[in-house]
Design a protein around this ligand. Structure first.
Ligand SMILES: Nc1ncnc2c1ncn2[C@@H]1O[C@H](COP(=O)(O)OP(=O)(O)OP(=O)(O)O)[C@@H](O)[C@H]1O
Ligand SMILES: O=P(O)(O)OC[C@H]1O[C@H](OP(=O)(O)OP(=O)(O)O)[C@H](O)[C@@H]1O
Ligand SMILES: [Mg+2]
Length: 279
């Protein structure tokens, strides 16, 4: 059986399990279950702390895992990203009391609280800045007020935790993170099917299927609006001079595309969600 790690709780847990379900895998029934076998698909899922997942995968104990890109890099495990999964997006920033810092270069000599000390040390080293990291487990934003640090480096999603603590980010993000599929670095891949299924979920979420009828002579103009992923399907209609076009369109663009298609003469424009696919 393929052995796959999934976050057991936290920001990535529900989205990771939802994605696996959409990909056709059976997932655990209750949030306390730590091991679940999907006999049909030959996969055993292990529900682990997201921070530990790259360590299990990097050591070769598990074949693959879903974790955050930031946690993968922080772990320094011998694991590699195979696929960005399009959920759990966050950015990793330096932050300080509003107005206290304007650039990372001002961190020289500062104490920086973080639960990602390796990420921060690597960034400071890259910039040639000598500063101290103070490793904390969570609730990092309150550490400046409590006097153990001058600045922090932490995950920012909406920014509301920072604002509530009277802090603001400074400088560019150290990292843009999201949920990622990982495997052991350099391993001969056993996870082709898992990867393809997860890729397909992303396509099914991102695209819709659009059908429309149009006069044959207008097809080039309509196709330029809807080029599809590879090539649109164009089929003859009973009425001479008209064709039906079927094509994939990005879901977030679809209303705009429909208006423009109508404008060039397309009619009976229908949109269908994609339940599942293999591209
Ligand atoms: N709003 C968010 N807060 C925290 N992490 C987020 C958020 N959005 C996405 N993430 C991602 O989730 C992962 C952290 O997950 P999680 O919060 O479960 O870990 P943790 O903070 O170490 O654990 P916990 O808070 O449960 O003790 C990181 O990869 C992070 O980038
Ligand atoms: O930008 P926001 O949307 O406010 O989200 C970011 C916050 O959420 C996370 O904390 P979490 O809830 O995981 O608590 P923790 O600090 O105890 O890990 C993260 O460490 C930030 O504090
Ligand atoms: Mg957290």
């Amino acid at each position: 059986m393929l052995r796959v790690a999934v976050p057991n709780k936290g920001a990535l847990s529900e989205a990771a399990s939802d994605m696996l379900s959409e990909a056709g895998y059976s997932t655990r029934r209750g949030t306390k279950t730590l091991v679940h076998q999907d006999e049909v698909n030959g996969v055993e899922f292990f529900y682990l702390r997201p921070r530990d997942i790259a360590i299990y995968v990097g050591s070769g104990i598990l074949d693959a895992g879903i974790t955050g890109r930031d946690l993968l890099l922080e772990s320094q495990a011998e694991a590699e990203e195979v696929l960005g999964l399009g959920f759990g997006a966050s950015r990793f920033f330096y932050a300080g009391t509003a107005g206290s810092f304007t650039s990372a270069e001002q961190l020289a000599g500062a104490r920086i609280a973080t639960s990602f000390p390796n990420l921060v040390d690597a960034d400071l080293q890259r910039r040639g800045i000598a500063a101290t990291t103070v490793q904390l487990d969570g609730a990092i934003e309150v550490s400046i007020q409590l006097g153990v640090a001058d600045a922090i480096a932490d995950v920012v999603e909406t920014g509301s935790t920072l604002r509530a603590a009277g802090l603001e980010t400074f400088g560019e993000p150290l990292l843009e993170s999201e949920g990622v599929l990982i495997q052991r670095a350099g391993a001969e891949s056993r996870i082709g099917v898992l990867k393809r299924r997860l890729e397909s979920v992303m396509v099914a979420r991102q695209y819709v299927l659009v059908d429309y009828n149009i006069e044959q002579r207008l097809v080039p103009e309509a196709i330029s609006l809807t080029p599809g992923l590879e090539s649109p399907t164009v089929s003859p209609l009973q009425e001479t001079g008209w064709v039906a076009v079927r094509v994939m369109v990005e879901a977030k663009e679809v209303n705009n595309v429909m208006d423009r298609l109508y404008g060039v003469g397309a009619r009976a424009i229908l949109v269908t969600n994609i339940g599942a696919c293999r591209i």
